[in-house]
Design a protein around this ligand. Sequence first.
Ligand code: 2BA
Length: 110
Amino acid sequence: MKLIIAIVQDEDSSKLLSKLMQIGLSVTKLATTGGFLRAGNTTLLLGVEEDRIQEAIHVIETVCKSRKTMTSAPAALTGMTHGEYTTYPVEVTVGGATLFILSIEQFLKV
Ligand code: 2BA
């Protein structure tokens, strides 16, 4: 068995959860926050048998779309007192999904 940790955008999470449940995969949904944007995203935990890993990845790929969002990056103000900063908008492409796939030593329900 493997553990898929999938970080997805909130907008995709409901549809993705439904699709994964429809094909009989067990999923746990966590509300998480991205370190860069400091915005909400969703992390799904899926314990998946090895022979269904590609199927799970395919569903995630199909549902999760990449999107562009604006964030602000700090920039030094030229000619201002030392240490003064302003921000400027930066476009960032987020997603589809960030996946970590780990081998599971033991899977128990006690
Ligand atoms: P965030 O950390 O909020 O990042 C959102 C998006 O901002 C990223 O999209 C990426 O396009 C951009 N980004 C992140 N760090 C950056 C940096 N230092 N400089 C410039 N742009 C940066 P994704 O790559 O699709 O990542 C979406 C979310 O997946 C991330 O949200 C984070 O929660 C998670 N994630 C991505 N890579 C990760 C990693 N190696 N470890 C843990 N979590 C990760």
